[in-house]
Design a protein around this ligand. Sequence first.
Ligand SMILES: Cc1cc2nc3c(=O)[nH]c(=O)nc-3n(C[C@H](O)[C@H](O)[C@H](O)COP(=O)(O)OP(=O)(O)OC[C@H]3O[C@@H](n4cnc5c(N)ncnc54)[C@H](O)[C@@H]3O)c2cc1C
Length: 438
Amino acid sequence: MRTNVFISGGGIGGLTLGLKLAQCGIDVTVAERLPGPSPIYKGELLQPKSLEILDSLDVIESVFENGHKISDLELTELKNVKAEPEHSVMTYSILPSDYPFSLMIHHETLKGILLNKAKGYPSFHYHPQTVCKEIHDHRVTLENRKKKETFEIECDFIIGAEGRNSVTRDYMGVSVKEKKYNHHFLTVTFPRPEKMVKGKIISTYQSFLGLFPLPDNEVRSVYLIPAGEYKSLRKKPISEFHKLYKKMCPDLEGFVDQIKDWKQIQLMVPLKYHSDTYVKDHLAIIGDAVHTVHPMAGEGMNMAIQDGDVLGELLCDMHKKDKLDPSNLEWYPKVRRKRVSHQMHLSHLSALVYSYPYRPIGWLRGRSLQRMEKDTVSHYKQMLNISGLGLWRETLYDRMIQGGILPMRNGTITGEEKDNTTFTQTQDYPWKETEALQ
Ligand SMILES: Cc1cc2nc3c(=O)[nH]c(=O)nc-3n(C[C@H](O)[C@H](O)[C@H](O)COP(=O)(O)OP(=O)(O)OC[C@H]3O[C@@H](n4cnc5c(N)ncnc54)[C@H](O)[C@@H]3O)c2cc1C
């Protein structure tokens, strides 16, 4: 068998790339280990940049039909019983995009939308229940687990999109150094009150609950626990879990109680790593194969989509111009590495802010968030940077404002500031402007 581009792994990253390549007529083969949808929870929040990409892939209507839009994130810091809670609201609506909001969608639904669309293109080939076992130069050995058959594919390019355990990354000889955190998360979806339509983060100095509405009146929840506490928690009756949630959000009375068994609740262990190498010869890695991010800022699957978009556009141009020298692949990390590093840094900071169960840290967090909401530049920078639409680095000056050392700014963000900090087509795909492809 022969194909132009072989993709190992049909997760969000592999399918985004596969669809994009199929749309420009490249012969692409995706092998996916699993037979069908997985019950394991993975990311569900789409950021504005990913929505723009899904629009360019002509699937945005289906995404809207199956998703729940979130414009505002409400952040509530609960104090003791006597003090009023502190609220702040961070909004996507200030962003310069046709999609100034995020969107919650079931992970497997999104994969289904991408896969169904891709299957409509004759140059797209999909092998479910098929594991990439071995890579040797331009040859890949695959095993179809259902038929218990092994076969080989010859290809020009090999893309590793296998997530955290990547055969392609191993073949490239690349290792990653994992950073673990002092906390884990419990995560579960359950019915929500109809009026709960905004994203909510509720915290005390020692606990954290994130609530992200899904369609069909469901809500995805994430609850922070100290690392290692899961086993002892699971020994308690499920009503103890309900109590933890209702203490943070009384509106969940009658809703969270519909979870009847600990088995419905998944443990999520946050990790972080960023590979030094994205590309080697005719091989490249995307998504979780190359970077894994703490889930606090909801970036994981967005980074996979954005990798797939940039690498896909590059491979399409290489094929269109018949410039197939593998050294062209280096354009992909040139665009992605800096953006990924910054988003990982933001996610890491958000994680640290909620990680330490001390009253002064809770107090500082509440105050900083309120000032971040009210300081126009800080608010804009935070939303722009998590949206994926652009990059505007935070400075010491911003941090001093957020910390209450300097006064807040209340002017508007100028058109020029917006233009200078939002990614342009040229920044997304810089090779197009030059005759640089080999
Ligand atoms: C438990 C968990 C919870 C998460 N929660 C969040 C969250 O709350 N927010 C967020 O933004 N992100 C979250 N993430 C991260 C997010 O899901 C990932 O960043 C995103 O799915 C990455 O997409 P991907 O396509 O790179 O990898 P994956 O989604 O991991 O897809 C890789 C695919 O490759 C397949 N595969 C693996 N090895 C092989 C092989 N040898 N041959 C063939 N196929 C193979 C796998 O079966 C899988 O389908 C979470 C991840 C995990 C694991």
